[in-house]
Design a protein around this ligand. Structure first.
Ligand code: NCD
Ligand code: ZN
Length: 335
């Protein structure tokens, strides 16, 4: 049994830089036609010069010419219209991080007050640059995303022409917002379709499943599954594959991030098959994103086959999700 996907897209990906970039980038460029590249390097990508240089480093770390890195800038509230007009030629979106909520986000915004962000958001709206948001407050960890919903609502109401993507949503409340506001969209990761907080801390602590936002409750996961499996047009796949070296995960003070790049398509296929929804996988991994971002990806046909795949224990210094485990599907070939 085989399944062919046309131009899979990963709409939220961390490929890092330097040696880590070389270790991980080919895992995505092999099986995806494009990916939204997150800008949370140290220092973050805030200039056109840094963005162009990073894109070049990504392209020269992979031998593939059938993969497009879709670049993003790290949101600053003092970007002006002329800067953004020039930047628009090179970017697909701008990513907003509240300061300190996740890995490498200290340079993010310290106040989510709409009035303080209005200048940049109005310019983005006029220039049709999508806003991607890491939607968490600094409240109690299980409530951070829920508390952020009122900020999403303020953004959606104040900037009705701005496309806003709620990144890596994990709660039923975020799913509910999608129906309420035309200009809100969302990415969903593979791991949040599979795990709850129980899998992370309910038994022995699993550092490789620790990420931001933290996995939530069964009822949240069910809502995410409902929209992902049903080809609901406002959600798209974004792996949030976030590699950290093993010694930064298996230590005191574990870094946040799940590394899924090498296994996402195999496990998504397994998951959609389990729910008898294979016919809706194409929408989730590519078609919805093409419509939301209004772009045509490079042509790429990725064929999966129902054949066992044993996940390697590590890729360089990074441990993937399902390390050492057996998956039911593998990638047969890419054209
Ligand atoms: C991401 C990272 O490591 O860059 N970590 C994570 O837990 N998801 C950042 C992010 O997307 O929050
Ligand atoms: Zn991320």
């Amino acid at each position: 049994m085989t399944l062919t996907l046309n131009s899979p897209l990963d709409m939220h990906l961390h490929v890092r830089d330097n040696d880590m970039l070389k270790t991980v980038v080919h895992l995505s460029t092999y099986s995806f036609a494009g990916a939204i590249i997150m800008p949370n390097l140290v220092p973050p990508i805030t200039t056109i010069k840094a963005l162009k240089a990073y894109k070049q480093r990504i392209l020269s770390s992979t031998c593939k010419d059938d993969f497009e890195p879709l670049m993003t800038l790290f949101f600053k509230s003092d970007y002006d219209y002329e800067f953004l007009k020039e930047a628009k030629k090179y970017i697909s979106a701008i990513k907003l991080y509240p300061s300190g909520v996740t890995t490498n986000s200290l340079d993010g915004v310290s106040s989510m007050d709409v009035e303080k962000l209005r200048g940049t958001l109005e310019a983005m709206s006029e220039l049709e640059i999508p806003l991607l948001v890491h939607g968490e407050t600094s409240g109690f960890v299980m409530d951070r995303e829920k508390e952020f919903c009122s900020i999403y609502e303020q953004f959606a109401i104040n900037f009705p022409n701005l496309k806003i993507v709620m990144e890596h949503i994990t709660t039923a409340q975020s799913v509910a917002l999608l129906d309420r506001y035309e200009n809100l969209y969302a990415t969903i990761t593979l791991h949040h379709l599979l795990i709850t907080l129980d899998d992370v801390i309910g038994g022995m602590l699993k550092p490789h499943l620790f990420c931001k936002p933290i996995a939530k409750r069964v009822e949240d996961k069910e809502e995410l599954l409902r929209v992902a499996l049903s080809a609901y047009p406002k959600v798209m796949f974004g792996s949030d594959s976030a590699p950290h070296p093993k010694d930064k995960k298996e230590c005191c003070g574990c870094a946040a991030g799940v590394f899924t790049a090498p296994i996402v398509l195999q496990v998504l296929t397994q998951l959609f098959e389990k729910y008898d929804k294979l016919e809706n996988l194409q929408a989730f991994v590519s078609d919805n994103a093409q419509k939301i971002y209004n772009f045509k990806p490079l042509n790429k046909k990725v064929t999966l086959e129902k054949k066992e795949f044993i996940v390697p224990n590590s890729y360089g210094s990074v441990v993937p999700m399902f390390a050492g485990e057996k998956l039911l599907w593998s990638i047969k070939g890419v054209l």
